[in-house]
Design a protein around this ligand. Structure first.
Ligand SMILES: [Zn+2]
Length: 75
């Protein structure tokens, strides 16, 4: 497993992000993107102000994290 951010420097430190998991899928794996929970998030999370912070090819240069969703930053 890759470590994306050193301890204490993760966005979780800010309290603005959550790591999501669902039964039948090992937590913190790319496999999460194949779950019904992920499909729901893609369709609806924005309505609740959440966005997938680290999609593939994200501008932060951080590995893809389909399980990590965060409050959208103000424009
Ligand atoms: Zn996370």
């Amino acid at each position: 497993m890759k470590v994306n951010t050193p301890p204490g420097y993760s966005e979780h430190h800010t309290g603005r992000a959550v790591d999501l998991a669902t039964p039948g899928c090992p937590p913190l794996t790319e496999e999460f993107e194949t779950t019904a929970a992920f499909a729901w998030l893609v369709r609806h999370a924005h309505r609740f102000g959440f966005t997938m912070r680290y999609p593939r090819g994200n501008r932060f240069g951080i590995a893809y994290e389909p399980w990590h969703w965060a409050v959208q930053e103000p424009e």
